[in-house]
Design a protein around this ligand. Structure first.
Ligand code: HEC
Length: 262
């Protein structure tokens, strides 16, 4: 299914970001509101706020549908529907949250909002949205930070000693693919759907998942394959790549996998 046209439409309006993140604030805000108002409702004479909490949670229940749909769309569009770990966590947590919210709405309409069970579910919903936000952050920002030393790649690029990642250009990478991989990974039906002829195809990955996770050589299947960390090692039925080629590929991924025009 090709949904690129939706993103192109938003680009013509001047909006070039993922669509999911702005909507997440709606759900997070409403769930947080429900928790705060239900706590206030415990104070004598402030019981009416239980109703406010109930309204918040009902709206959160409505908000979760567009949020999830847009999240799935972004996952298709930006991550080629790759089953990376934070995505799995987000899908599990989103299902749990939907269940909590449904339960809250049922309990609220049934009991008018003031019950210990309801407060507990508000609290659990709150922790679930925090978890969702955390894994969302992992997806969007984690690759931009080098976790090992807590440095931003911009820092890494301006700090020359040893690391020449900023100097890696896609042309070098493309040459390695041309000389070693393209006799197989090209054409109408390349192995696992992985075509290594153009930057776009490389970044699109195989039919299962992206093979390049920008900034994370250790998690990029392409790097794992040429190092033999994932088997069968690539290039298939040929000697392993020379150390210098492997380093070039690794540095390219580390430098956020720049394209031919950058
Ligand atoms: C002789 C043919 C051949 C050559 C040459 C070759 N590959 Fe492969 N490649 C395959 C086949 C077949 C598979 C599927 C193997 C499997 O995982 O079961 C594969 C799988 C892969 C995968 C895993 C895709 C996925 O979905 O996980 C990556 C990444 C990959 N190759 C990268 C490379 C790179 C990089 C090179 C060059 C350095 C290369 N290949 C050279 C045949 C080849």
């Amino acid at each position: 299914m090709n949904i690129d046209f939706i993103y192109r439409f938003f680009e013509t309006l001047g909006y070039t970001h993922p669509l999911h993140p702005p909507f997440t604030h709606l759900t997070i805000g409403l769930v947080t509101g429900a928790l705060i108002f239900s706590l206030i409702a415990m104070i004598p004479r402030y019981g009416k706020f239980a109703q406010t909490a109930g309204h918040c949670i009902s709206l959160a229940f409505l908000a979760i549908f567009p949020t999830v749909i847009l999240g799935v769309m972004d996952w298709y569009h930006y991550y080629g529907a790759g089953w990376i770990f934070p995505i799995k966590m987000k899908i599990i947590l989103a299902c749990i949250l939907a269940l909590f919210l449904l339960l809250s709405v049922i309990l609220y309409t049934g009991r008018g909002g003031r019950s210990g069970a309801l407060l507990l579910i508000y609290l659990l919903s709150f922790f679930t949205v925090v978890g969702l936000g955390y894994f969302g952050g992992e997806i969007v920002f984690a690759h931009k930070f080098n976790k090992a030393n807590g440095q931003h790649p911009a820092v890494e690029k301006t700090a020359p000693p040893g690391l020449k990642s900023a100097e890696v250009v896609f042309a070098d990478v493309q040459k390695i693919f041309r000389d070693n991989c393209r006799n197989c990974h090209t054409g109408a039906n390349p192995p696992k759907g992985l075509d290594l002829t153009s930057y776009q195809e490389v970044m699109k990955g195989s039919k299962h998942h992206p093979v390049v996770i920008p900034g994370k050589p250790g998690q990029s299947e392409l790097i794992r394959r040429v190092k033999g960390l994932s088997t069968p090692q690539m290039p298939l039925s040929a000697p392993a790549l020379p150390e210098s080629d492997i380093r070039t590929l690794e540095n390219w991924v580390k430098a956020e996998a720049p394209g031919p025009e950058s």
